[in-house]
Design a protein around this ligand. Structure first.
Ligand SMILES: Cc1cc2nc3c(=O)[nH]c(=O)nc-3n(C[C@H](O)[C@H](O)[C@H](O)COP(=O)(O)OP(=O)(O)OC[C@H]3O[C@@H](n4cnc5c(N)ncnc54)[C@H](O)[C@@H]3O)c2cc1C
Length: 318
């Protein structure tokens, strides 16, 4: 075979990148458009970018990856013919941008704007450090759902059962963006479910006015006011005040242990098991303790629980 015909055959065998079907998630180049302090501990950054109209979000807890620039503000030029993660992995370790997981708080495709709420926990991690100093025009990259993708790209866990009647929402400040979005969505749907939300935050001034459905009992737990350690107020409030399905108390469940220093605690409700649903996220050891209490001591049906370790005290989760 001549080299010309071999190359023609290779061209036919390998479709050009443009012909690849769109992937579920893709990379977006963004810059900060506005900086809106929400509370002392929570900063909203409104991002914009040429392609934001091509971004998608499927649920109020839609997670995305943010890739942060080097100290000089530069970001690597990825080979956009590759899947974003392969392109990132091709970079030498010392050139890979740090990557962290965040929640889309709002997406306004018409205005080409996407909001992310950052907990400012200091300058000990690349994400919080970057957000602390971010000003208008600063660049960042986001891996987010692609509107052109026809299927379900995943990356969200808010899947309440049909006919939801009782909802338990529990989270610390990192889960506040998702919980605020869930409550807002239920309010817009005029949900008649009975909702109990426990949100732990650092300061009294971090307690916000949140849009919420009619039958909501909202508990703000400010560590400053309660003089409590991280996670303690959340655990105590749930143990003492959560409404749980009455049948649960009799049926203590078997429970496998997880090593949260090795694995990420991530368990999903199946949407079966009744009209009760719990969505719980925050620091892994706190969520782990709640998991043990809800399943082993209160005998809750695991199919009704979504349990997510959003971060781990003392560790960086890239
Ligand atoms: C699905 C998902 C959605 C998330 N959504 C959001 C969101 O919308 N907003 C948000 O702010 N966070 C969110 N998080 C949590 C966020 O990814 C972590 O807090 C992340 O560790 C922050 O990265 P960093 O670079 O600031 O710190 P890292 O480099 O990861 O950690 C540095 C140090 O800071 C500690 N640390 C990390 N986060 C906190 C914190 N919040 N408070 C105190 N100490 C901390 C670590 O334990 C470590 O010791 C989400 C996580 C997941 C998994």
């Amino acid at each position: 075979m001549s080299s010309a015909s071999a190359s023609a055959q290779a061209d036919r065998a390998e479709p050009s990148p443009a012909a690849q079907p769109p992937s579920g998630y893709r990379l977006f180049d963004l810059r900060v458009k506005r900086r809106l302090p929400i509370t002392p501990s929570l900063l909203r950054l409104v991002f914009t970018g040429a392609d934001v109209a091509q971004m998608n979000t499927l649920a109020p807890d839609q997670r995305v990856k943010l890739l942060f620039p080097a100290a000089d503000g530069s970001l690597p030029a990825f080979d956009n013919r590759l899947h974003w993660n392969d392109a990132r992995r091709q970079l030498p370790l010392d050139q890979r941008p740090p990557m962290r997981t965040y929640t889309i708080r709002a997406l306004r495709r018409d205005a080409a704007e996407v909001d992310v709420d950052f907990v400012l926990h200091g300058i000990n991690g690349p994400a919080s450090a970057w957000a602390t100093h971010a000003t208008e025009g600063d660049r960042v990259q986001m891996v987010a759902p692609n509107l052109a993708f026809a299927g379900d790209p995943g990356g969200y866990e808010w899947k309440p059962p049909q006919g939801l009647q009782r909802l338990l929402l529990v989270g610390d400040e990192t889960a506040l963006p998702a919980i605020a979005g869930i409550l807002q969505q239920l309010a817009e749907q005029a949900s008649q479910a009975r909702v109990q939300a426990f949100i732990e935050v650092p300061l009294l001034a971090d307690c916000l006015e949140l849009a919420r459905p009619a039958h909501t009992e909202l508990h703000w737990l400010a560590r400053e006011q309660l003089r409590s350690e991280h996670g303690q107020a959340m655990l105590e409030a749930v143990r003492e005040q959560a409404w749980l399905p009455t049948a649960a108390a009799s049926a203590a469940g078997e429970l496998d242990e997880l090593n949260i220093d090795e694995d990420i605690l991530w368990e999903q409700a199946s949407g079966e098991g009744g009209e009760f649903h719990a969505w719980i996220a925050g620091e892994s050891s706190t969520v782990m303790t709640l998991r043990r209490w809800l399943i082993q001591e209160r005998g809750l049906d695991r199919r009704t629980l979504s349990l997510m370790g959003y971060w781990r005290a003392g560790r960086s989760l890239d």
